[in-house]
Design a protein around this ligand. Sequence first.
Ligand code: GDP
Length: 297
Amino acid sequence: MFENLSDRLTDVFNRLGSKGRLTESDVDAGLREVRLALLEADVNFKVVKDFVARVREQAIGEEVTKSLTPGQQVIKIVHDELVHLLGDANVPINESKNREQPTIVMLVGLQGAGKTTMAAKLALYMRKKGKTPLLVAADIYRPAAIKQLETLGKQLNIPVFSEGTEVAPPDIAEHALRQARINGNNFVIVDTAGRLQIDERLMGELQQVVERIGPTEIMLVVDAMIGQESVKVAEAFHAKVPLTGLIMTKIDGDARGGAALSMREVTGVPIKFLGTGEKTDAIEPFHPDRLAQRILG
Ligand code: GDP
């Protein structure tokens, strides 16, 4: 993703030439293209506006460092602002401070976003870090989701807690937590139900699960392919359950990816992981600097 944006910016800044000091018209010519490139990459309009204003403020009148061309100088400012927009540094997963209490990660999101897949990826990732994960199948409205999680658990040799489709999700979550304490699982991942759209009843149920088990992390899983829509989805979920992290999946696809920039800025919630493919090891902790590098090429 971001290929268009990266090429575009490089092209624009190469055209800026090499004068000693950045003039207002140099910067504005460059920023016009930056604005277009970001809009085309599907970044939210207001986010683009604020971003361009911040870059402009820093770039105009800037003394060009001897080792850089003016174009490189603007690219550096754009890069640093992108890193800032994406949250500056990697924010690690919150873990339970109490040794007696497992870390509880709840995954929420729309159907098809990649929650169930991400639950398994996260379990594998945390096991590699020495945790003893338990996967919890609380998506009772899609029997296939329970099977899918059980299959993944079997493949990875990670236990899956399920109680079929008849027990209410808050009860399942509570029972799973009890099981985790008995079996000594110190990292519990709860896969919740998704809907095609945001739905009041589902939100009420998520709130009940939150109240019942008090998760350490509530992460929203978002499909990068949905573009601008992701901002609305993130805002709607965040208004109902206090999100502590965002996960973008399917960034291996051809999504324009501006969603990542917008969601972080609009919600203030950090992006913590990326899903980079269908396999269970296709997960990366999110590093703002790496993504900014990738955007600029
Ligand atoms: P859920 O409804 O949110 O639980 O979504 P699933 O985990 O069932 O995923 C929906 C589809 O997206 C499945 O076909 C997954 O294989 C696929 N998928 C999930 N994550 C990724 C990813 O990072 N990259 C790609 N290419 N496909 C993914």
